[in-house]
Design a protein around this ligand. Structure first.
Ligand SMILES: NC(=O)c1ccc[n+]([C@@H]2O[C@H](COP(=O)([O-])OP(=O)(O)OC[C@H]3O[C@@H](n4cnc5c(N)ncnc54)[C@H](OP(=O)(O)O)[C@@H]3O)[C@@H](O)[C@H]2O)c1
Length: 395
């Protein structure tokens, strides 16, 4: 490897290349069992690479499924450390290799989003190719946590509202999992575009607080999962005055069936998650007499085939809405990326052992707690966790 010093700006201490740390797993399994904090020296930063410093990286359900080995997108495994966890996040360009200076939109100081899944965002630094990242100048009013979490959840909401049916202002959209990050983005995008939302949430002790929050985002109607299927609710949905044009479901089970029942003739029901871990069951009559269209959506699949311009338009739109304060990220539980300083011997090579010291242990513990949920995933527990690698930048 060429001497790295000539690539760096004064912001970067070259020793960071040797002391890069990552949360990784060698085997699939329960995150609590398999996640470990490892040294992962950056060895492949050369003339053709860009060095990025990760600023923040969310913990999404897909990350957890990937660690468990039940997610279709498999991460690359490195011989010694295994796979670095984390699919999403925002990073800052800190150095650009000599051969690619001036290429594309890449500038030192720009923010970047990964352009492929299984990026391994739960680490401090990464060396990437110029085509691996989407690069843009930081914008003061766009919340950095919003950018960090933009590529999966708000993008999923954006696509599902645009790609299955042509909606007009005033049209109704019905969705389950309205408290989720995707659900909250659906509510806000519908408000921006003039659509009305019917939002299904699980009952919870602080129901009023949740209802008030979703209303403050722009939700029109909120129903509990328990209310779905009652004669009163079915009557209420029938009497809305116009057919519901689109259904979005991330829970499956009974709620998905009730959404299908509520849809107007021929309307698509887009399935994008299965949080209840229950199967989908639809009465035959809905297919025969209403011709409901049950479809699936996977953001990964869209990214694999999307025209670059469409992706750019979507992300620019989302940042524009954030800049105007019309699209807020979900409330995050932040987990500071506090790790031990590795000793010089452990810094010199990859290590699969957890780093010594309580800080590294504390980080792993915080991630495990976030993933398990403080009370076993009951409704209303904090939903979104995000790793903060650089709290100074974020604040
Ligand atoms: N297909 C795709 O491309 C794609 C993209 C993004 C996300 N997703 C999926 O969309 C879903 C939401 O993701 P997210 O990141 O937005 O989630 P999130 O913010 O972590 O929220 C999780 C949501 O699931 C609900 N939930 C949890 N356990 C449940 C259960 N047993 N029964 C019913 N609902 C339950 C929660 O409701 P409470 O408030 O009641 O706890 C909350 O609304 C996940 O399944 C995720 O994998 C899919």
């Amino acid at each position: 490897m060429a001497s790295p010093s000539r690539f760096f700006t004064q912001k970067v201490d070259p020793s960071l290349l040797a002391t890069n740390q990552a949360v990784a797993f060698r085997d699939y399994g329960r995150p609590a069992d398999v996640l470990r904090l490892v040294n992962r020296p950056i060895q492949n930063f050369g003339d053709d690479k860009i060095l990025v410093r990760i600023l923040a990286a969310p913990i999404n359900p897909a990350d957890i499924n990937q660690i468990e080995g039940v997610y279709p997108a498999k991460p690359p495994f490195e011989p010694e450390i295994g796979a670095v966890a984390g699919n999403e996040g925002v990073a800052e360009i800190v150095a650009i290799g000599r051969n690619i200076q001036g290429q594309g939109n890449h500038q030192v100081g720009n923010l970047v989003l990964p352009l492929y899944r299984s990026f391994g965002t739960w680490q401090s630094y990464a060396a990437v190719g110029p085509n691996d990242i989407y690069s843009f100048a930081p914008r003061k009013k766009v919340p950095i946590l919003g950018v960090a979490s933009m590529a999966i959840n708000p993008s999923t909401a954006y696509r599902m509202l645009n790609d299955f049916v042509s909606l007009m202002p005033g049209d109704y959209v019905i969705q389950s999992g309205a408290t989720s990050a995707v659900g909250q983005a659906v509510i806000q995008l519908c408000k921006i575009w003039g659509y009305k939302t019917i939002n299904i949430i699980r009952d919870r002790p602080d129901l009023d607080t949740t209802i008030n929050h979703l209303k403050s985002l722009g939700a029109d109607v909120i129903l509990t999962a328990e209310q779905m299927g009652t004669a009163d609710t079915r009557q209420y949905l029938k009497a809305l005055g116009s057919p519901i044009k689109l259904g979005l479901d991330c829970t499956a089970g009974k709620v998905a069936s009730e959404i299908a029942r509520a849809l107007g003739p021929g309307a698509p029901l887009v399935i994008y998650g299965g949080m209840s871990r229950k199967p989908l069951l639809f009465p035959v009559s809905l297919f025969i007499f209403k011709d409901i269209q049950v479809r699936g959506f996977w953001m990964n699949r869209w990214y694999q085939h999307c025209p670059h311009l469409e992706r750019q338009t979507m992300w620019e739109d989302l940042m524009h809405y954030m800049e105007k304060g019309e699209l807020q990220p979900p409330k995050f539980n932040t987990i500071p990326w506090v790790t031990s300083t590795p000793t010089s011997s452990s810094a010199s090579s990859s290590s699969t052992s957890s780093l010594s010291g309580t800080d590294g242990e504390g980080l792993l513990k915080a991630i495990r707690t976030a993933i398990n949920g403080p009370d076993g995933g009951a409704p209303g527990t904090p939903k979104k966790n995000i790793l903060i690698m650089d709290s100074d930048y974020i604040n």
